[in-house]
Design a protein around this ligand. Structure first.
Ligand SMILES: NC(=O)c1ccc[n+]([C@@H]2O[C@H](COP(=O)([O-])OP(=O)(O)OC[C@H]3O[C@@H](n4cnc5c(N)ncnc54)[C@H](OP(=O)(O)O)[C@@H]3O)[C@@H](O)[C@H]2O)c1
Length: 335
């Protein structure tokens, strides 16, 4: 049986994403086959599409991670030819050993670096990052939640936020930052979201108490103090932020390199610390976000939808910084 997909034919610009008809996957005994209704365009998709052109300097993580990603994505030609790490859809079929899902269940989830959701169908183990989709979420809304939630949940968990504390999310308009704003609010924090102009209304809609445009304002110079600076791209430096952290405060680098690891080493016994942390991207972290998602406290806000076949246009839209929030791709059915 065949299905529609968007295939990355070679590394390069968005035009390398081409609609094709390819064989449909078959579920193994412990797998579910999901008919994808929506997927997303996130940071990982943009990087994986053109990884050959990403230098270690441009990569926001240590050199070793760049090397590992290079091996995983392919040196000269893409090994991951179907992008899309997030999906929402309906269980079409289950393997004979599957007990937790049945055909017809609406689900959403995360495929990690293996990707594959720019397609009409995906297969994944029933104990992968997948769960039932709450009825109040559309498929598009559900498809933009998992990645940010899976990364932000454990990182904010280790920051031990207390009600009333002040949290600044630097990079609040991206997937991880959007989840971090909402989770920090639910933990009782007063949240400042930092992004650039066109996406400030999106950060406000997420529930941030204050927003700041990093192209206009340097948050380290406003006189405000914070208990946690959650720095998605590692664009600010602990050298400056330690002066605006309250005692016991942390500058948590979600993206980091050797310099930030050194800052972590040096500040480990101080009352203000730099912390570089990795999220494992686990099922447990996804399930930990389930109560917030079910209660509508951790939402996906879709700024624009494209048909899957127009994935290239969606990538271009984000790369030209025209987007005003998260982008979903809606998957058409193969006739
Ligand atoms: N630690 C971990 O375990 C882990 C796991 C996964 C990913 N990561 C890292 O997370 C990063 C991707 O995060 P994401 O998916 O949320 O990315 P994203 O969706 O592309 O969002 C990036 C955010 O950073 C903001 N930004 C861009 N330039 C900035 C600047 N100069 N100063 C302040 N903010 C700026 C963007 O704002 P505007 O768009 O409004 O300009 C946006 O809010 C990557 O570096 C990746 O390596 C870490």
């Amino acid at each position: 049986m065949m299905m529609n997909a968007v295939v990355l034919t070679q590394y390069g610009p968005p035009e390398m994403l081409r609609p094709q008809t390819i064989p449909r996957p078959t579920p193994k005994a412990n797998h579910i086959l999901v008919k994808v209704a929506a997927t997303s365009v996130n940071y990982g998709d943009l990087v994986a599409r053109n990884f050959r052109g990403v230098t270690p300097q441009e990569f926001n993580m240590p050199f070793l991670f760049w090397g590992l990603a290079k091996l995983a994505f392919g040196l000269r030609r893409p090994k991951v030819t179907i992008l899309g790490s997030e999906f929402a859809g309906t269980v079409e079929a289950v393997g004979q050993a599957v007990t937790s899902f049945k055909p017809g269940d609406a689900v959403f989830g995360y495929l990690g670096q293996a990707m594959g959701a720019y397609a009409e169908y995906v297969c994944l183990p029933e104990d992968g990052c997948v769960m039932l989709k709450p009825d109040h979420l559309s498929f598009a809304e559900a498809a933009v939640i998992p990645y940010g939630a899976i990364i932000a949940m454990p990182l904010l968990g280790r920051a031990n936020i207390q009600p009333g504390q002040k949290v600044l999310v630097n990079g609040a308009s991206g997937a991880i930052g959007a989840a971090a704003v909402q989770i920090a609010k639910q933990l009782g924090a007063e949240v400042t979201g930092v992004g650039s102009g066109p996406r400030l209304p999106f950060i406000q809609a997420l529930g941030a108490d204050k927003v700041m445009d990093y192209t206009q304002t340097d948050f380290t110079q406003t006189g405000e103090r914070y208990d946690l600076i959650f720095d998605v791209l590692g664009r600010s430096s602990f050298a400056q932020t330690q002066n605006i952290l309250n005692p016991g405060g942390q500058h948590l680098y979600v993206s980091f390199k050797g310099k930030q690891l050194w800052q972590m080493m040096q500040s480990r016994r101080g009352s203000r610390r730099a912390v570089c942390a990795l999220a494992p991207g686990s099922r447990a972290d996804f399930l930990a976000a389930a109560p917030l998602i079910a209660a509508g406290k951790l939402r996906g806000i879709v700024a624009k939808q494209y048909p899957l076949a127009e994935a290239a246009a969606a990538h271009r839209h984000i790369e030209s910084k025209q987007h005003q929030g998260q982008i979903a791709l809606i998957v058409e059915t193969h006739p």
